[in-house]
Design a protein around this ligand. Structure first.
Ligand code: PRP
Ligand code: URA
Length: 207
C-alpha cells in the first residue's frame, strides 16, 4: 500500500527541494520539515488511550499515546536527516541505522553497517530514506529489519519511483510506503526523473 501525502505544504517544500539552485542549507532544512509532515501521516494510526487528569478547569479523560514502543531506522546516509527530525516528535523512540549504498555500476545495494534496537521485534518501525529509486536499498534494509525480528514496518520516503514501489510491493507486501510524491520513472543511471538529484550529496554538500 502506498500513501502519497498530497498536501500543499508538502508539495511546495518538495518543489523547492527539486530546484537545482536550492543550496545545501535550505535543502537540508526542507528535508527535515518534510520529514515531520510525512511522520504526521505515517503515525496517524498510532494507538491512543484515555488518561484521566485535570485541566486547570475540570477533570476528564484525554487521549495520550498508548506507550507502544517505536523505532526509527535510517538508511545511511540520507535517511539520517529524516530520523534526526522525527525523533523530536517521538523522543521515546529508539533509533537504528542501516548503512547501505548503491553500487554505481550495477545499482545493487551494498550493505556496510547495521545497528538496531535489540528489542526491535516489540517495536513499530519507521524506516526512512528520502529516495526510493530501484527499490534495492529499501528492500534489502527491510529484509535486514525482518531478519532482526521486526514485523511492523512502514517505509517513509520523500520521493518514490514507480519501479521502486513495485519492488517493495512485490518483495514486502506487508510494508506500507508513505511518500511525498511518485515521479515519472528512472533514467538510464537509476536516477529518479524529474527527481531532485542525489539526495545524500545535496543534504551533505558532497559530490
Ligand atoms: C541513495 C538513496 C537511497 C538509494 C536509493 O543512497 O538515499 O538509499 O540511493 O536507490 P535505490 O532505490 O535504487 O536503491 P546512495 O546509494 O546514494 O547512498 P548515500 O545515501 O550514502 O549517498
Ligand atoms: N538516489 C538518489 O539520491 N537519487 C536518485 O534519483 C536515485 C537514487
Amino acid at each position: 500500500m502506498v500513501t502519497v501525502v498530497d498536501h500543499p505544504l508538502v508539495q511546495h517544500k518538495l518543489s523547492v527541494m527539486r530546484d537545482q539552485h536550492t543550496g545545501v542549507k535550505e535543502f537540508r532544512e526542507l528535508a527535515s520539515e518534510l520529514s515531520l509532515l510525512l511522520a504526521y501521516e505515517a503515525m496517524r494510526d498510532l494507538e491512543v488511550v484515555p488518561a484521566r487528569f485535570s485541566t486547570p478547569l475540570e477533570e476528564g479523560d484525554f487521549p495520550m499515546l498508548s506507550g507502544k514502543k517505536l523505532a526509527l531506522v535510517a538508511i545511511l546516509r540520507a535517511g539520517l536527516v529524516m530520523t534526526d527530525a522525527i525523533v523530536n516528535l517521538v523522543p521515546a523512540a529508539k533509533v537504528g541505522h542501516i548503512g547501505m549504498y548503491r553500487d554505481p555500476e550495477s545499482l545493487a545495494p551494498v550493505a556496510y553497517y547495521a545497528k538496531l534496537p535489540a528489542d526491535i521485534s516489540e517495536r513499530r518501525v519507521f524506516l526512512t530514506d528520502p529516495m526510493l529509486a530501484t527499490g534495492g536499498s529499501a528492500s534489502a534494509a527491510i529484509t535486514k529489519l525482518k531478519d532482526a525480528g521486526a514485523h511492523s514496518i512502514k517505509l517513509m520516503t520523500i520521493l518514490s519511483a514507480p519501479e521502486g514501489i513495485a519492488v517493495i510491493e512485490r518483495e514486502h507486501p506487508d510494508v506500507e510506503i508513505v511518500t511525498a510524491a511518485i515521479d515519472r520513472q528512472l533514467d538510464d543511471h537509476g536516477y529518479i526523473v524529474p527527481g531532485l538529484g542525489d539526495a545524500g550529496d545535496r543534504i551533505y554538500g558532497t559530490k
